[in-house]
Design a protein around this ligand. Structure first.
Ligand SMILES: Nc1nc(=O)c2nc(CNc3ccc(C(=O)N[C@@H](CCC(=O)O)C(=O)O)cc3)cnc2[nH]1
Length: 228
């Protein structure tokens, strides 16, 4: 049976609403989620700021991030903050700033590859952007000993970028946009939100949603097991 409880929910994190709902207007790249969102209008605006109050996170820690790369980080922020379709991948988190996180969200191949393509010449000093920064100035700066290098050295393949940058929030997949088997960071809202069906699919087919056949053995009385 479908795990209905993971459909149409918001994670318990820093800026998420308690439950999803319509927002009327969401800012620019986050507008795709306006009919049903986990973010407020305010969060959607902040997602577009270079130094937003969301996490005081600085994209420009190794010089200015090119606009064509930054649009993917904005889109990632919109998906992370606004999507009500990430329920099947919500897990407990061990961070001070959130109680829940997303883990292994199957990202469409094209979305990951375009992100990498548009960012391969951008510069960073870290592979995991969640941890290990120097925050003494109030925003993230490169820690001592970490070198500013092009993304293509820090993240040799698209999968390295999509998976490692946010502690495995995403899983790189071979699934294509429109297949109904992967989450899209970008979509045309005129055709509805394609991630609704993807969440439904994975809610029904998750490994941990139905017991493995061998689990039935646990139900055998111990005495009967002793006979074998
Ligand atoms: N897809 C996606 N998944 C995410 O989990 C995600 N998370 C953020 C939030 N980003 C950040 C980055 C750094 C810190 C931070 O304060 N890091 C500290 C450690 C804090 C702690 O874990 O207690 C550091 O050491 O740098 C917080 C949130 C933004 N976009 C995301 N996008």
């Amino acid at each position: 049976a479908a795990k209905e409880s993971v459909l149409n929910i918001c994670m318990d994190a820093k800026h998420h609403k308690t439950r999803p709902g319509p927002e009327g207007k969401l800012y620019q790249q986050c507008a795709l989620w306006k009919d049903n969102a986990c973010c407020t209008a305010n969060t959607s605006t902040e997602a577009h700021q270079d130094q937003s109050y969301l996490y005081n996170f600085n994209w420009n820690h190794c010089g200015v991030m090119p606009a064509k790369c930054k649009q993917h980080f904005i889109q990632d922020t919109c998906l992370y903050e606004c999507s009500p379709n990430l329920g099947p991948w919500i897990q407990q988190a061990d961070n001070s700033w959130r109680r829940e996180r997303i883990l292994h969200v199957p990202l469409c191949k094209e979305d990951c590859e375009q992100w990498w393509e548009d960012c391969k010449d951008a510069i960073t000093c870290k592979e995991n952007w969640h941890k290990g920064w120097n925050w003494t100035a109030g925003t993230n700066r490169c820690p001592r000993g970490s070198m500013c290098q092009p993304f293509r050295y820090v993240f040799p393949r698209p999968a390295d970028l999509c998976e490692k940058i946010w502690s495995n929030s995403y899983k790189y997949t071979q699934e294509h946009r429109g297949s109904g088997r992967c989450i899209q960071m970008w979509f045309d809202p005129a055709n509805g939100n394609p991630n609704v069906a993807v969440a439904k699919y994975y809610a029904q087919n998750r490994a941990d949603a139905s017991p493995a056949p061998w689990a039935a053995l646990l139900l055998l009385p111990p005495a009967l097991l002793a006979l074998f």
